[in-house]
Write a protein that binds this ligand. Structure first.
Ligand code: NOJ
Length: 752
């Protein structure tokens, strides 16, 4: 008998393990499923629908309390005050009939108190550990006040810097965003979701929002299903695989269907194809906005369409509580649909351990701005900064520089350097470049002359310029900090003109005229069109809003304590008219040759076809200002002996690429080595290049390292002419290089 029992246990364990999950997790999962079913069986229809309702903290407490008590609220967003959170939780747990705890949510995007670089900056680090640590620190700080759910990571692929929200994602590339987004999911959710320091992640915005027409926020998108599957969906799939427990729908209507009513993406792809077990929340009022879109007649119609499409929870618009009881009665929404939505929500609440520990411990010492958090934020800001130009090794500042002029509206702008989505970040804790440079100057016996010149980035007045140029004339080098105030990027902050605002360019021109070495540091929420400023400057360091520790990070980089290693996570256009511009474009039938005749070279009365019939702009040519993956270092790197394990591979094989990377310069430094491929001929046309791997490699001067990339051929799959995800046999190009525009092409073949 004992023997039999043992065998049975072994069999159960074996089958649990075969599902790819650890036995402990499986057991916990099945216990949770049982609990969910038990609870669900006790719930009235109204209580079920209540779980599907998320309200905003702006609702008056007198209204909120009774609604929670009646079981009409599943989640509250925007609470951040622990005593209040505990009080609300107490009503839910002690006074509602079934005592189901609330899920407290907030936008903790790139930090709670300790602010990390904006996600676009984190993308520039090409370092998943930066993304992981950023999310982990954010989770630890946010969870300490009772927030257990964040609306992040934002993993929208965005190829139009006019769109203000480009700052919130990791840039234009599907693979980079997949890797970084998955790391963020893991960081937020920690080792196990039920730990008090873990918060549920919410990959957003599902899906296609980054492709809004003309970069105008909330606009329509036209992404065909194949492009959707090849470019926009992979980061979300990676987020599911990383264990993301919730998803948020997007505001856009894609090809006529608003995401909150889109069965293809919410049901077929997310649930059926990817097996997502968490819950889906709408964006703020986005289900109700289906009425404005002209997709639903009224609240009732919108609620029906959203729930039947696969939405589980509604953010703030209350249509579910108001309309679903009647819709169920009429049979327009089945109770099974409601049950499934509630199951998805309760499952996450159980996973978070909210039933056992609904309250936040307010007696614990504060974890805000912990020394380790600040250090991690500084490291992230260092790795995120991109050196775009460094003529004659202007940087790092040599010891011969005894006086520096620190100028510009972003040199000492503690709020502006934090970037978008910083509800909780405090400017009093921000360390600015001016403060950090002054500190280093003291240690180095260097003098700092500070003249902002402009009060803020949109300031058009040149009145203070004389003071600035006087300071510059007295200095050995000038560092001008320009860019965008944080309000100029983020949600609903799109721009049609991406030049530096206000009189910032005029300031750079005035400084250039002093003849002093000119170092421009840009802090912004997007790539700006800075061709002119790059030409005027001797060195340019680009830092997407770098957060709390941006100052010390930039000061270390400028003075050579650290070496830049960031790479552009997005193509920098020369001018707005080139947008959209991205490295992973198609070849077209008439690709640019780069020998085209440009505007100033065109003879008068030139013949119609004499300019070359290729795909380029007469006034901007073909190339961007800086390609994807670009970034310099104080040292130099050489790639050699690039070898492929085989040149003919089968679909089940793994291609191993090895190469030697040598630090050929005088500084220790870090190179982000990148592996690109091109599928030469497909059943549908394929991009000219696709990033498939990247690695940060640290090297001392003169040091060489053998680097290996492993690329399973299965990762060359794409959505083909039959809408099937397959690897197609044929020739492939391969590059191992320092950016998307460099390297020598190698080739291999995938055989049938
Ligand atoms: C609207 C934004 O689109 C979304 O990203 C955010 O999470 C929600 N508001 C909640 O604040």
């Amino acid at each position: 008998m004992r023997q039999l029992k043992l065998m049975a246990t072994t069999l159960v364990l074996a089958s649990l393990l075969s599902c790819g999950k650890k036995a402990g997790e499986q057991t916990r999962d099945s216990i949770i499923e049982t609990k969910v079913e038990q609870l669900l069986s006790k719930m009235t229809l109204e209580e079920k629908i209540g779980q599907m309702n998320q309200i905003s903290s702006s609702i008056k407490l007198e209204e909120m309390g009774p609604a929670i008590k009646r079981g009409e609220v599943g989640s509250i967003l925007n609470e951040a005050e622990p005593q209040r959170i505990n009080a609300l939780q107490n009503i839910a747990v002690e006074e509602s009939r079934l005592g189901i705890p609330l899920l407290i949510a907030r936008d903790v995007i790139h930090g709670f108190k300790t602010i990390f670089p904006i996600p676009l900056g984190q993308g520039a680090s090409f370092d998943p550990d930066v993304a992981y640590q950023g999310a982990r620190v954010a989770a630890v700080e946010a969870a300490s006040v009772g927030i257990r759910w964040t609306f992040a990571p934002m993993i929208d692929i965005a190829r139009d810097p006019r769109w203000g929200r480009i700052s919130e994602g990791c840039g234009e590339d599907s693979y980079l965003t997949s890797v970084m987004g998955a790391a963020m999911v893991r960081g937020f959710q920690g080792d196990s979701l039920h730990l008090a320091s873990s918060i549920a992640a919410c990959p957003k915005h599902f899906v296609g929002y980054g492709a809004v027409e003309g970069g105008r926020d909330y606009n329509s998108t036209y992404i065909p299903e194949r492009l959707m599957r090849n470019v926009y969906l992979p980061p979300f799939k990676a987020a599911v695989e990383a264990g993301a427990t919730t998803f948020m729908t997007s505001f856009n209507d894609n090809n006529g269907i608003p995401s909150s009513g889109n069965q293809l993406i919410l049901k077929k792809i997310l649930r059926e194809e990817w097996g997502f077990k968490g819950f889906v929340v709408t964006d703020w009022g986005s289900a109700q906005e289906m009425i404005t879109h002209g997709f639903a007649v009224n609240d009732k119609d919108a609620a029906e369409k959203a729930v039947n499409a696969g939405v589980d929870m509604e953010m703030v618009s209350h249509m579910f509580v108001e309309q679903l009881p009647q819709l169920v009665k009429e049979g327009a929404v089945s109770e099974t649909t409601i049950d499934n939505a509630v199951r998805n929500i309760l499952r996450v609440k159980f996973q978070l351990g909210l039933f056992e520990n609904p309250y936040v411990d307010t007696t614990k010492p504060s974890v805000m701005y912990d020394e380790a958090h600040l250090l991690a934020a500084k490291r992230a800001a260092i790795e995120s900064a991109i050196l775009l130009k460094n003529k004659n090794n202007t940087l790092p500042l040599s010891n011969k520089i005894k006086t520096i002029a620190v100028v510009g509206p972003m040199a000492d702008a503690p709020y502006e350097q934090l970037g978008t989505w910083v509800f909780d970040g405090e400017k009093s804790h921000t360390q600015t470049p001016l403060a950090a440079l002054k500190k280093i100057a003291k240690e180095r016996n260097m003098r700092v002359l500070y003249e902002p010149g402009l009060a803020y980035t949109r300031d058009k007045s040149t009145q203070q310029f004389r003071k600035v140029t006087n300071a510059a004339k007295r200095a050995d080098a000038v560092i001008v900090f320009v860019g965008e105030e944080s309000i100029l990027s983020g949600e609903a902050h799109s721009l049609a003109n991406l030049d530096l605002q206000g009189a910032q360019t005029a300031l750079i021109e005035a400084l250039k005229r002093t003849g002093k070495p000119l170092i421009t540091v840009v802090m912004a929420g997007r790539p700006l069109t800075i061709e002119k400023e790059v030409n005027l400057s001797d060195a340019v360091l680009y830092s997407f809003h770098p957060g709390t520790m941006g100052g010390p990070a930039l000061a270390d980089l400028l003075t050579g304590v650290a070496t830049p290693s960031g790479k552009t996570p997005i193509t920098f256009p020369k001018m707005v008219g080139q947008i959209p511009m991205y490295y992973s474009h198609k070849n077209t039938g008439r690709p640019a040759t780069r020998n085209e005749t440009l505007l100033d070279q065109i003879p008068v009365a030139a013949g119609q076809t004499s300019l070359g019939c290729t795909s380029f702009y007469l006034d901007a040519g073909f190339d961007p200002l800086f390609p994807f993956g670009y970034g310099l270092s104080y040292t130099t790197f050489a790639y050699s002996n690039i070898l492929l394990s085989a040149t003919k591979l089968q679909k089940k094989d793994v291609l191993t690429v090895t190469f030697d990377l040598k630090n050929t310069g005088d500084y220790k430094g870090t190179e982000v080595a990148q592996l690109y491929i091109q599928d030469k001929v497909g059943s549908v046309t394929r991009p000219v290049k696709e990033l498939k791997r990247f690695k940060r490699i640290h090297l001392l001067p003169g040091q060489t390292e053998k680097v290996t990339f492993e690329l399973p051929i299965s990762e060359l799959a794409f959505c083909n002419i039959d809408m099937k995800e397959v690897v197609e046999a044929g020739q492939f190009g391969l590059w191992v290089a320092t950016d998307s525009n460099s390297g020598k092409e190698l080739s291999f073949e995938v055989v049938r």
